[in-house]
Design a binder for this molecule. Structure first.
Ligand SMILES: Nc1ncnc2c1ncn2[C@@H]1O[C@H](COP(=O)(O)OP(=O)(O)O)[C@@H](O)[C@H]1O
Ligand SMILES: Nc1ccn([C@@H]2O[C@H](COP(=O)(O)OP(=O)(O)O)[C@@H](O)[C@H]2O)c(=O)n1
Length: 231
């Protein structure tokens, strides 16, 4: 099978977690496209709700205010790996959710339990509806959102490699500033009470520090194909 899922291939649910810059989005999109699966970027959903809070004057540093507003925005996520769309109340926010302001506030918003309950429910509904299966990437997919996933991957990489990758994207960004911001966000995501960033006990850990993106994709595709063959 070269491209797309064979009509008889069983649906497969893949959870890909890990800290920032380990390659979750690039790997997940490519694996989903190659195997004919749907794709869900859960970080984009947390960014979208954060964008809405900022746009509506909610103090993102006040967990009570964030909790009270958590049910208000309507967040819709597309699942096409070739063009994953995200809208809030009908507005395309694919660009605005990537600003520095949203990036600096997203950890505080996503630590609020009411936000997580709402977004987790959306994620489970989307995963259940995927016809051939789905690759879902985030921080708590293997541990909390989809604990029965067929395959769980936990990507890691050194802080240096991750910072170099991220500052390559943010043209002109100082690599040391990027590294500190990334470490701070990972610490916040790992230490929160409500479903923190964590490796599930049954996840396969892949250290991508010295691997090319193509090598990581190949590794994950092989693991998915092995799972499918055994189903
Ligand atoms: N193994 C790798 N080697 C080099 N660059 C990579 C690798 N994996 C991802 N990248 C690049 O690093 C950046 C961050 O990757 P991304 O997939 O967005 O990470 P994450 O979703 O984990 O934050 C992207 O520019 C991507 O192309
Ligand atoms: N499953 C998830 C996914 C993201 N998040 C939050 O959303 C933020 C942005 O996620 P992202 O995947 O877009 O982050 P990067 O791609 O910038 O690393 C994370 O830093 C977490 O605070 C989460 O709490 N749980």
């Amino acid at each position: 099978m070269e491209n797309g899922a064979a009509p008889t291939a069983p649906a497969v649910i893949v959870a890909i977690d890990g800290p920032s810059g380990t390659g979750k989005s690039s790997t997940s999109k490519a694996v989903a496209a190659q195997l004919g699966l749907s794709y869900l970027d859960t970080g984009a959903q947390y960014r979208a709700i954060t964008w809405w809070m900022v746009n509506n004057g909610i103090d993102t540093g006040d967990p009570h205010a964030v909790a009270a507003a958590a049910g208000k925005p309507e967040i819709l996520s597309g699942t096409d790996p070739a063009g994953p769309a995200i809208t809030v109340d009908g507005v395309d926010v694919a660009g605005p959710i990537r600003t520095q302001e949203v990036t600096s506030k997203v950890s505080a918003v996503s630590a609020v339990p009411e936000v997580r309950t709402r977004i987790t429910e959306l994620q489970r509904t989307i995963a259940a509806a995927a016809p051939h299966g789905i690759v879902v990437e985030g921080r708590d997919i293997g541990t909390t959102v989809l604990p029965d996933a067929d395959l769980k991957i936990f990507l890691t990489a050194s802080a240096e490699a991750r910072a170099a990758r991220r500052s390559g994207e943010l043209k002109g960004a100082d690599v040391n500033v990027t590294r500190e911001a990334l470490i701070k966000r990972d610490a916040a995501d790992s230490s929160r009470k409500a479903s923190p960033l964590a490796k599930a006990d049954d996840a396969v850990e892949v250290d991508t520090t010295d691997l090319t993106l193509a090598q990581v994709i190949e590794c994950v595709v092989t693991l998915v194909e092995e799972k499918r063959a055994g189903k």
